[in-house]
Ligand binder design. Structure first.
Ligand code: SF4
Ligand code: SF4
Ligand code: SF4
Length: 274
């Protein structure tokens, strides 16, 4: 992490600024410049704090981005940035708000930065990460198929609104955002307590992982292990909230598409092998 150590935050900021300026000019809307600049600056700031070994770097980014999206975009601006909002804009054929957000953070962005969204920006995990079960104690459950049900349910819900030609869909989408988020928090917190695992919701329930997992498989940015330094102590796997075997450098590493780039393994490796 020493050589060119600030290169990554600079690259990240450049990527977000490119998106910000491109969308601002092509869509003639200053909001995009503000929005993506704010997110890019927040993420880059977090990376710099992490490089400088500040313990709460990731939490700061989670709060800066998560609260902005939940409170400002979601509640104040009435933009449903949940998956239902994505379907809604997709059905209306408009490349705005949630469709842009999904394209950048959850569909094409993961080809570059994997599941960085899950580690640094998601407002659901922003709350779940405050719970005390940071390191999972038991083995993973074989219930990841639930995510496909929640994914299908979100699609059917929005499709049904369009098929039934329900009036004032925008208002319904706002309330879907409020109720959906409350449900996510209730289920996420309950599951974390029952399974003693803060990220149980992410592992088994979250519908967005249906996009995130396959795309992050090809992620350009990945944590890698220097086999010459590694002493196979296993600490990286023990502290990983997502049960990733980060010592395996192949893309098929165990739970590889679950890595949220939280860097707990890097921080805890006694040999600086990651
Ligand atoms: S898996 Fe879903 S809930 Fe968890 S951090 Fe990612 S987007 Fe958020
Ligand atoms: S913590 Fe470091 S030294 Fe230990 S197994 Fe992981 S990579 Fe190897
Ligand atoms: S601890 Fe390491 S392997 Fe596990 S999610 Fe965080 S960055 Fe990925």
């Amino acid at each position: 992490m020493q050589k060119g150590k600030y290169l990554l935050p600079v690259i990240m900021l450049a990527i977000f600024e490119t998106i910000a300026v491109t969308l601002w000019l092509t869509k003639d809307n200053l909001f995009y410049l503000f929005n993506f600049s704010y997110i890019g600056i927040s993420i880059s700031l977090g990376m710099i704090l992490f490089i400088r070994n500040y313990k709460y770097a990731r939490r700061i980014v989670q709060l800066l981005v998560g609260l902005y999206m939940l409170v400002y975009l979601g509640i104040i601006c009435n933009e449903n940035m949940q998956i239902e909002g994505f379907w809604y804009y997709l059905f209306t054929g408009v490349f705005e708000a949630a469709t842009i957000h999904y394209a950048v953070a959850k569909i094409f962005g993961p080809l570059l930065f994997g599941r960085g969204w899950c580690g640094y920006a998601c407002w659901t995990a922003m709350v779940l990460d405050f719970l005390p079960y940071k390191i999972p104690t038991g083995p993973r459950k074989r219930i990841g198929w639930i995510r496909y049900i929640t994914f299908a349910a979100s699609l059917i819900f929005v499709a049904a609104l369009f098929l039934a030609k329900v009036g004032n869909i925008e208002r319904i989408m706002f309330w879907a955002f409020i109720v959906g988020n409350m449900l996510y928090y209730i289920v996420g917190i309950a599951l974390a307590i029952v399974l003693k695992d803060n990220r149980a919701f992410c592992k088994y329930i979250c519908p967005i992982t249906v996009f995130l997992k396959p795309m992050s498989y090809y992620s350009l940015f990945r944590v890698k292990c220097d086999k010459d330094k590694c002493i196979s102590c296993g600490k990286c796997k023990r502290v990983c909230p997502m049960n990733v075997d980060i010592t395996d450098n192949s893309r098929k590493r165990e739970n590889g598409t679950e890595c949220i780039l939280c860097m707990e393994c890097v921080r805890n490796c006694p040999k600086g092998a990651l």
